[in-house]
Design a protein around this ligand. Sequence first.
Ligand SMILES: N=c1c2ncn([C@@H]3O[C@H](COP(=O)(O)OP(=O)(O)OP(=O)(O)O)[C@@H](O)[C@H]3O)c2ncn1[C@@H]1O[C@H](COP(=O)(O)O)[C@@H](O)[C@H]1O
Length: 107
Amino acid sequence: MTFTLDDLAALIKSRRGDSASSSYTKQLFDAGVPRISKKFGEEAFEAVIAAMEGDDKALTSEAADVLYHLLVLLEARNVALADVVAELGRRTSQSGLAEKAARGAPK
Ligand SMILES: N=c1c2ncn([C@@H]3O[C@H](COP(=O)(O)OP(=O)(O)OP(=O)(O)O)[C@@H](O)[C@H]3O)c2ncn1[C@@H]1O[C@H](COP(=O)(O)O)[C@@H](O)[C@H]1O
């Protein structure tokens, strides 16, 4: 079975109401949006460093950290992953229309 970002988002959501303090995710929620945002920024910076150094193994690992912390941040702000994906979908269809217009296709 394939593991998806939706699966991870659901797992993160379930940790929010968890009473187990051993959960890193729960600790992040308890620390609040500023702390989660800072972690997200740090992980993004580490991904940038890995990319600049051409270290693809490290980039893969840091990218996983980035995605995980982004999902925690979205959940903390009650922004649904589905809404982010829908926004990406809108941009894709808009760029599709722009490409057709550039080729002179009728709208
Ligand atoms: N995908 C992740 C994931 N990626 C990264 N991390 C944690 O993010 C942290 C990364 O921060 P750092 O590398 O800076 O490590 P650190 O120094 O310990 O962190 P800080 O002291 O700076 O907070 C580490 O503690 C990692 O364990 C994650 N923690 C959890 N998950 C997922 O969330 C699920 C639930 O985890 P728990 O909430 O811990 O049960 C897990 O099963 C995983 O699927």
